[in-house]
Design a protein around this ligand. Structure first.
Ligand code: SF4
Length: 302
């Protein structure tokens, strides 16, 4: 094999979610001598945080040096279209996990090629979660993304066919853990052994799996308002569908978030001149937003 080819085989992209499994997968590969570039794919559904806050969280969890290496890719219209009309359908809520994973892998594949890598690492554990982590689904996702044989899953390596790395004699599956199922004990032991002390709790990430958020999202879908700015807006406050569509902040933190969205996306927002909640107007009238703000405070004179 040519040296350049060897060099490429020592570099990979990792789908990094910020959680324990993906950091473990990265550490295991680095320990095995590979250069891994972490890629975090930010969708408007990922959490109630914005990319800057996410970067800060990575710094506090994993240190500045690691956080600086993380590429944050923000999704656009193509991802929204996928959520609106998934080819492979939804999970329990509005989570199109199979389509989403294909999208993530395809995105990682593009970065992989651009950065001269040869494989994509994921923190997937066989049998851990719902439909997207069943083996048949995993194979389908891999095939659809055009990465057959190039997706390395260090946590469950022995349950999968050989990848490009084994075929080239660069890793030995016996050196990797064989994790399967939902029990997190092995991951926690491994984290201790690899010196990983801080990591967020699993789940709590993607709002598409949240029944409450999914029902809010259906309002946007039905009203043809499925846009990034409105998706961010309905993450906060009380959603009022009456005389239009409004979001009323419930506390000062939500006031600040709505004001941030006003600045970021120029969304119309009612800011009271009394001590009351900020109201975002997704569709409707400022006058009605003022009435709503009044309704949810005792400091309104009118
Ligand atoms: S939980 Fe959300 S981010 Fe994860 S695969 Fe499903 S839709 Fe995508």
């Amino acid at each position: 094999m040519e040296t350049t080819e060897k060099n490429n085989l020592k570099r990979g992209l990792a789908l990094f979610s910020g959680g324990l499994d993906s950091i473990l997968a990265i550490k295991l590969m680095e320990r095995a001598g590979f250069e891994i570039i972490p890629l975090f794919i930010y969708t408007p559904f990922i959490s109630r945080k914005f990319p800057l806050e996410i970067k800060r969280e990575f710094i506090s969890l994993y240190g500045k040096e690691f956080a600086e290496r993380v590429i944050i890719h923000e999704t656009g219209e193509d991802y929204l279209n996928l959520v609106k009309k998934p080819r492979f359908g939804y999970g329990k809520n509005l989570n199109p996990c199979i389509d989403c994973k294909i999208f993530f892998l395809k995105t990682a594949a593009r970065y992989m090629v651009d950065l001269g890598g040869a494989f994509v690492v994921t923190g997937e554990v066989i049998g851990q979660r719902g439909m997207s982590q069943r083996k048949d689904a995993i194979f389908k996702i891999e095939k659809e993304s055009g990465l057959t044989g190039k997706v390395v899953r260090p946590l469950s390596l022995s349950y999968f066919p050989e990848t490009i790395l084994e075929k080239n004699g660069l890793i030995d599956r016996r050196m990797f853990p064989s994790i399967r199922g939902r029990d997190r004990k092995t991951q926690l032991d491994l984290a201790r052994r690899l010196g990983i002390k801080n990591f967020p709790q699993p789940a709590g990430g993607c709002l598409l799996t949240d029944p409450g958020f999914s029902s809010r999202l259906k309002v946007l879908l039905m009203e043809d308002l499925f846009e990034t700015k409105w998706i961010h807006t309905i993450k906060f406050g009380r959603l009022i569908v009456d005389n239009g569509i409004y979001v009323v902040a419930r506390n000062n933190d939500e006031n600040m978030k709505l004001l941030f969205l006003k600045e970021q996306y120029n969304i119309p927002v009612y800011v009271p001149d009394f001590k009351g909640p900020v109201v975002a107007v997704i569709r409707g009238e400022m006058e009605y937003a003022k009435l709503l703000s009044c309704k949810y405070t005792k400091h309104c004179a009118s």
